[in-house]
Structure formats: structure tokens, C-alpha cells
Design a protein around this ligand. Structure first.
Ligand SMILES: [Mn+2]
Length: 332
């Protein structure tokens, strides 16, 4: 019998960090960040009904960061949860989803926790019942999905980190246990940057959902604060194995809201990364809140949403454009 997420994780079953995907054609969707109308448009281009069935029996996989910033995070979670619970789709956990279940107040999740003014983009707000349903669904998500030809994760595939999560029975418990372990190891004297890096790279929940960081060559400003840690392009060290598909890293720079970290400078949107064993499919649809804030309520938008069709290796964008994956080194 094919093992599905539904059979692997019934509602009250213990949490498994890494789960197996069944065979069959898939459509892999990157970070949605509450952009429900754009998700619906994309699913239409892919040939899905609104309830997530496909005439050729294809199934969807959502690579995390379902929520925050966009106009309808509760609606996105409801839509995805419905498809996952019917066995028509699979989903895994991103860093925004993890922050939510840890109940960490962030400026992007006022729609969920009512701890400050709802953002400039008029995000739909969750009521008390929505909140518990949303958090219940997000807490059950694995952090990685795999099968013979694919490895799927939100930010970073790391075998050692995933091994550390074997036997963990809950995402928040795993996060907290590793955080306390690292703090105990550091003691009180570690310098703040070394401490931040240890808490990021040493905690498998952080590493797989938001990726490895290194000491920045020089401090820079991001999100209104001075930062000393920079994202590390781990995919350059990914030299073998089934394709890793992930999201998290914005492939299209959205001017004015974050430093262009240069990770994808000059890299075509359809190009695989590193040695061709990794592919990022976050095309920055999460940046549309910024376009709206700047008065472009209905576009034109900088970021896009895309799906990677597998095994076809074709990208389908929310504007209907398509592209086939390309390998690194074409113009070297
Ligand atoms: Mn992310």
C-alpha cells in the first residue's frame, strides 16, 4: 500500500519530523504567505478543482510558510488543511508556521495573535476558534518529506539535523529541547554573534526551517535592526542525491523591504542551484504586501507564485507562464 501523509499522520498520531511521499506526479508549491487569490489562480492554471482534485490524479505539495503578510492567511490554511485532510495534498512546516505554533509574537502575525495593529495590507484576522484550528493543523506538519526521487524541505536539507529529529514527538517540544541544550552548552560567556549562530545552526528545527547562517563580513540592516549573521548558500555543498526542492529564499528581489543578499544574482528563475541537485521555488509572492503598502493595491507586483511539476521538471507561474528547469553552468 502506498503510504500517504493521511495514513502516516492521523489527527492524533504522534508527530513525525520526516515523512514519506507516495509515488505519482506532483505539483510542488513554494511559500504562499497568505496570498489566497494568487494560490487559487495558480491552482487553476495547474488544472486543479478548488477542492484540490486533478483529472490526471496529480497531487499538491506545499513547502511551508503558508501564512503571514498576505491578505488571507486563515483562508490559505483552511484551503490547504482541507486538501491535506482529504489525502489530496501534502504540506510541510516553514519558519513562519513554526513561529506561529511557538506562539512567538511577530509583526507579521498580528492577524493570528492580536498583539498589535493589523498590517497595512488589511490582512484577514483569525477569531479564537480559527486560531486553535490553524495552530492545530500547523503543529502536525512534518519538516521534511521524501521519496526516492525527491527531498522536500522549507529552507535546508541537512541529513544530520533530520537525524536529530528522529523520535521527537512534537515540533515545539523538539525546538525547545534543542534550544535549552544549546544554551546549556554555551554558558553565559559566549559572544552574542556566536550565541545567535549556535542557536540557529545547532537547533535542527531552526536549521531545516530557516537555513544555516554565518558571521557576516560586515554588519548590515534588515528588518529595522543591525544584523551580524548572513544566510549561507548551503546548496553549493549539495553535490549528490535526489533533487532537494525548497522555498524560503526569495529568488526575486523586492526593492525596499530587505537587503538583496545576492544569493541568486544573475541566476535565471528556472535554473537549479549548486551542482544541479537543489532547486528553490520561492518567487517572492510574500513581497506583494509591500507593493500594496506602496499603493499598488492590484499590482503590478514584483513577486510571483509558482509550482514545480514533477517529474516533468516544468515551472508554472501564477501569470500562466511556464519554463523548464535548466542546469547550472550553461553560461559558465
Ligand atoms: Mn521562510
Amino acid at each position: 500500500m502506498t503510504r500517504t501523509q493521511e495514513t502516516a499522520l492521523p489527527r492524533h498520531h504522534a508527530w513525525n519530523a520526516v515523512q514519506n511521499l507516495p509515488d505519482g506526479p506532483l505539483d510542488l508549491v513554494g511559500d504562499i504567505h497568505g496570498e489566497l487569490p494568487t494560490l487559487d489562480t495558480l491552482l487553476g492554471h495547474l488544472g486543479y478543482t478548488p477542492s484540490g482534485t486533478h483529472p490526471q490524479g496529480r497531487r499538491l505539495v506545499f513547502l511551508g510558510d503558508l501564512i503571514d503578510r498576505g491578505p488571507d492567511s486563515p483562508g490559505v490554511v483552511r484551503r490547504v488543511a482541507d486538501m491535506v485532510e482529504r489525502g489530496r495534498a501534502f504540506a510541510l512546516m516553514g519558519n513562519h508556521d513554526l513561529n506561529a505554533i511557538l506562539r512567538l509574537p511577530k509583526k507579521e502575525n498580528t492577524w493570528l495573535f492580536d498583539h498589535g495593529p493589523v498590517s497595512e495590507t488589511e490582512t484577514k484576522v483569525a477569531n479564537d476558534r480559527d486560531r486553535e484550528e490553524i495552530l492545530g493543523f500547523l503543529a502536525r506538519l512534518p519538516v521534511a518529506l521524501r521519496r526516492d526521487d525527491l527531498r522536500l524541505v522549507h529552507a535546508c536539507w541537512d541529513d544530520a539535523a533530520l537525524k536529530l529529529l528522529e523520535g521527537e514527538t512534537g515540533a515545539t517540544q523538539a525546538f525547545s529541547r534543542h534550544k535549552e541544550r544549546i544554551k546549556a552548552t554555551l554558558g553565559a560567556n559566549a559572544d552574542p554573534i556566536a550565541r545567535n549562530l549556535a542557536l540557529q545552526n545547532g537547533n535542527p528545527m531552526k536549521l531545516v526551517t530557516s537555513g544555516p547562517e554565518v558571521r557576516a563580513p560586515q554588519p548590515f540592516f534588515a528588518g529595522g535592526k543591525e544584523r551580524h549573521e548572513a544566510r549561507h548558500p548551503w546548496w553549493n555543498d549539495c553535490a549528490a542525491g535526489p533533487m532537494v526542492v525548497f522555498g524560503h529564499y526569495w529568488r526575486i528581489p523586492v526593492t525596499g523591504i530587505q537587503k538583496d543578499d545576492g544569493l541568486f544574482r544573475g541566476v535565471p528563475l528556472n535554473r537549479t542551484l549548486g551542482h544541479g541537485h537543489a532547486m528553490c521555488i520561492d518567487y517572492s509572492v510574500g513581497g506583494r504586501w509591500h507593493d500594496r503598502k506602496e499603493g499598488r493595491l492590484h499590482g503590478p507586483f514584483t513577486g510571483r507564485l509558482a509550482a514545480l511539476r514533477w517529474p516533468e521538471r516544468t515551472l508554472v507561474f501564477d501569470n500562466g507562464e511556464q519554463a523548464t528547469l535548466d542546469q547550472p553552468g550553461r553560461d559558465a
